[in-house]
Design a binder for this molecule. Structure first.
Ligand SMILES: NC(=O)c1ccc[n+]([C@@H]2O[C@H](COP(=O)([O-])OP(=O)(O)OC[C@H]3O[C@@H](n4cnc5c(N)ncnc54)[C@H](OP(=O)(O)O)[C@@H]3O)[C@@H](O)[C@H]2O)c1
Length: 480
């Protein structure tokens, strides 16, 4: 709060949040409020799983079908299927024979109680961190299976009063505009200094200040060479490690979660935000199993068998193993290009989009909040708002021209990908496997899926291309 909310005055005018980082129950109430104000329900089919979308060349329209039997026809198709939706469930041997309770975090069993139970969590990404905080307080015994630890920063949670929001709302138009015109969707200007530009005393002061702000401040205000200089990255990691050392006091656990030699470069994988993660890990009922020392061999009827012969018994195992991110949803809804080829096959050898908004061969289709845009590197709302406005801008131009359809050219896509890759060149991102480059899902092609130059730069570049419809082919209406 206030930056992770829709920039729609009718929506924020009558809404008050309780916390800086609202919990899921409050977020659901907020979404219900959005629905009420904008009357979205009127235009929505619930429980409708799209399994086919095809372009009808003669009618110049999309036909969209669902598993439940809906059929819709539309001139424009917008795929808003999200980027962290399709669960990644590794092919663990013996999983189906396990007799305890097992579920992925994305299919949470609302009736599940960890009270009095021995519970395992596989995974230590953002979800694993949040689950550890909660389940560690409830379970008799909790064991967390960690392959690579997360480098977490403090959430900096606090309550918000209605009065302070009442006052702040006057400034929302300016604040939310500033967020949109920023790098990461939060109105901070970043750091224009490199690590070596400043003395060691100034570094300490700066790190301490950004650390104390909580949230993503430590990362967003890191020295500008964080992603290009191994030394700057290492120094930023070591300061982070010194902070964790004051909280995770069990030395063996500390060495797994904040090792002296970092397993990957700082912030080249999403940094989770935590509240009392390290305190919970200190608890005597919470155990950490380092998968690098002995890997998971198989599930057994009662638990997990490790490669060193250790066998654990658990009442429940929670898979916090992440998602087939970014492309996982839109490649599984049966959307086909104008030649009848499924998007998943079009992208079999790598993703191609134009500006992360359109895909060549898919006329009048838009893919906001998906690959090759700043999507995973930014606060979600401003990038969604930016991309939706860009799509609407393109649609408006088509309608004004009275045209049938618009489609990105293949050349424009290649140029976009070349530009995206050039931005990543020389950075530390390619060294780390993550959901940002797909290397975390077995069999998925590893490629940077995000546009790393930030929203402001991205939007300016897209607007320049859309002005004059550079990189698009528009099909005019038939002459009569
Ligand atoms: N508080 C927050 O900020 C928050 C909370 C929840 C979600 N989110 C958002 O949701 C995103 C996804 O988070 P997530 O935690 O669900 O997914 P994630 O970040 O991709 O983490 C998946 C975890 O599962 C582990 N894993 C995957 N396959 C495994 C295997 N075969 N054996 C052992 N471990 C395995 C990974 O280990 P490796 O790291 O070694 O691959 C990683 O620790 C976050 O990055 C964030 O954008 C944010």
């Amino acid at each position: 709060m206030p930056f992770y909310q829709l920039n729609i005055p009718e929506v924020y005018r009558d809404w008050t949040f309780l916390e800086r980082f609202p919990g899921h129950e409050e977020l659901r109430k907020y979404i219900a409020h959005v629905d009420k104000i904008l009357d979205l329900r009127r235009d929505t089919y619930f429980h409708a799983r799209v399994n086919d979308a095809s372009w009808d060349k003669s009618a110049n329209r999309w036909t969209i079908k669902t598993q439940q039997g809906h059929v819709a026809s539309a001139k424009y198709l917008i795929l808003g299927a999200g980027l962290l939706h399709r669960a990644n469930i590794p092919d663990f041997p013996g999983l189906s024979g396990y007799q305890g309770e097992v579920f992925h975090s994305a299919a949470w069993n609302e009736d599940f109680s960890a009270k009095g139970k021995k519970v395992a969590i596989i995974g230590a990404g953002s979800t694993g961190v949040q689950l550890t905080e909660s389940l560690g307080k409830m379970a008799d015994e909790l064991t967390v299976f960690v392959r690579r630890p997360s480098y977490c920063c403090a959430l900096g949670q606090r309550s918000l009063t209605a009065y302070e929001q009442h006052v702040m709302k006057r400034f929302y138009p300016v604040m939310l505009k500033a967020a949109r015109e920023s790098h990461a969707g939060f109105p901070v200007t970043g750091n224009d200094k490199a690590l070596d530009d400043v003395s060691s005393e100034e570094r300490e002061r700066h790190w301490s200040y950004t650390w104390d702000q909580g949230g993503f401040s430590y990362g967003m205000l890191a020295y500008k060479d964080l992603f290009r200089s191994k030394e700057a990255n290492e120094a930023t990691y070591q300061y982070w490690r010194s902070k964790v050392a004051t909280r995770l006091i069990d030395p063996a656990k500390f060495e797994i979660m904040a090792p002296e030699h970092k397993p990957y470069y700082f912030l080249t994988k999403r940094m989770p935000l935590e509240q009392d993660y390290y305190e919970v890990l200190n608890q005597s009922n919470v155990h950490i199993h380092d998968l690098n020392k002995s890997s998971l061999k198989s599930f057994t009827k009662k638990g997990l068998l490790m490669s060193n012969g250790t066998e654990y018994e658990f009442d429940a195992v929670v898979l916090a193993t992440g998602f087939d991110s970014i492309t996982g949803s839109i490649t599984r809804i049966g959307v086909k290009n104008k030649h009848g080829v499924d998007l998943k096959d079009v992208w079999a050898d790598g993703i191609t989009t134009y500006m992360g908004i359109t895909v060549s061969g898919f006329p009048n289709m838009f893919v906001p909040y998906s690959p090759q845009a700043p999507t995973p590197f930014t606060n979600a709302i401003p990038i969604i708002e930016a991309q939706v406005e860009l799509a609407v801008d393109i649609i408006t131009r088509v309608e004004r021209a009275g045209a049938k359809s618009i489609e990105a050219t293949r050349d424009a896509e290649i140029e976009w990908k070349t530009h995206l890759n050039a931005l990543v060149e020389g950075t530390l991102f390619p060294y780390t496997d993550s959901w940002w480059n797909g290397a975390d899902v077995p069999g998925k092609k590893k490629e940077m899926m995000a546009y790393i130059a930030g929203i402001k730069h991205y939007e300016a570049k897209c607007r320049a291309n859309i002005e004059g419809l550079q990189g698009f082919n528009m099909v005019a209406r038939d002459k009569v």
